[in-house]
Design a protein around this ligand. Structure first.
Ligand SMILES: CC(C)(COP(=O)(O)OP(=O)(O)OC[C@H]1O[C@@H](n2cnc3c(N)ncnc32)[C@H](O)[C@@H]1OP(=O)(O)O)[C@@H](O)C(=O)NCCC(=O)NCCS
Length: 255
């Protein structure tokens, strides 16, 4: 006798998207996204023209549906120099043709959420990007109110590098967006938080050394131990630098 109360464990498998997925892919996009995509986008996706994509299917569904998409990710390889994350990529002059992988769309049907399917699809993209020697990072935009997606990218160690005010225009209303990045193949941001902290520590050390040296000098000369206006101006550039570094650290902590 079949136990109707027994939990159902889907058997998920992942495969490249193929031309026969066209209709389902288009339908799921229509259901999940407030933005309408051109038919050409779907045709290119299923035919692998300029777009790479992977699908998830639930093999435990009835036979007719066992190969039907329940999740997908679509992405594109773009030249790093033409991308909007150029500032966040440390350029290597020996590799002038650096590329990035941009995630265009990602979705999982509601009945199959929170099973790790989107995470597995993103892993496919990261693995693909890592297999391209010129590729330094995977990046994407996410609308700022999409908590599930923001949580997912943070969980997967994507770094939020930018907040874009009014990036999306949907039904005549503007929405902000976050820009997330995940470095691969040793790609990195031109300013890492560690580098900035090291720089800050070096500046603070040299500032202390400078002050100690001045105090000793002043002791010797038997003059006031507090800095004169000349000394203050000495400190000013250091303090200014520290402030700008602190701002940079704050920015990079968020990365
Ligand atoms: C975002 C989306 C792709 C996630 O798919 P998924 O297969 O459920 O993702 P996973 O199971 O791999 O991970 C989901 C994570 O998000 C968390 N999550 C789900 N809903 C959440 C919410 N409203 N707020 C915060 N976190 C949430 C889950 O708890 C889980 O994290 P955990 O593993 O730490 O518990 C899916 O919700 C979706 O298709 N949404 C509609 C389309 C979309 O927004 N696409 C992304 C565009 S950038």
């Amino acid at each position: 006798m079949v136990n109707l109360k027994a939990p159902h464990y889907p058997v998920i498998s992942y495969r490249p998207i193929q031309p026969s997925d066209l209709e389902v892919l288009e339908n799921i996009h229509g259901e999940l996204f407030p933005i309408r995509y051109e038919s050409e986008f779907f045709r290119n996706a299923v035919n692998g023209r300029d777009i790479v994509c992977w699908g998830a299917v639930d093999r435990s569904r009835p036979h007719a549906q066992s190969n039907e998409l329940i999740g997908f990710v679509t992405a594109r390889v773009v030249p790093a120099k033409e991308s909007e994350v150029e500032d966040f990529i440390s350029f290597d002059s020996s590799k002038p043709d650096q590329t990035l992988v941009y995630i265009l769309t990602l979705g999982v049907v509601e009945s199959h959420r929170n099973l790790g399917i989107a995470s597995a699809l993103i892993h496919k993209v990261i693995k693909y990007a890592s297999s391209i020697p010129t590729c330094s990072a995977v990046y994407l935009h996410v609308i700022s109110y999409n908590n599930a997606a923001v949580h997912l990218y943070q969980k997967m160690s994507f770094q939020c590098v930018r907040w874009l005010h009014n990036f999306y225009l949907i039904n005549e209303q503007h929405y902000d967006s976050y820009l997330f990045i995940y470095y691969v193949n040793g790609g990195r941001s031109p300013c890492t938080a560690l580098e900035l902290v090291t720089l800050l520590v070096t500046y603070v050390k040299s500032l202390i050394n400078l002050m100690v040296a001045k105090l000793w000098k002043n002791e010797d000369k038997k003059i006031s131990k507090w800095p004169t206006s000349k000394e203050s101006s000495y400190l000013l550039p250091v303090v200014q630098n520290k402030r700008s570094i602190t701002a940079e650290v704050a920015r990079c902590e968020y990365l």
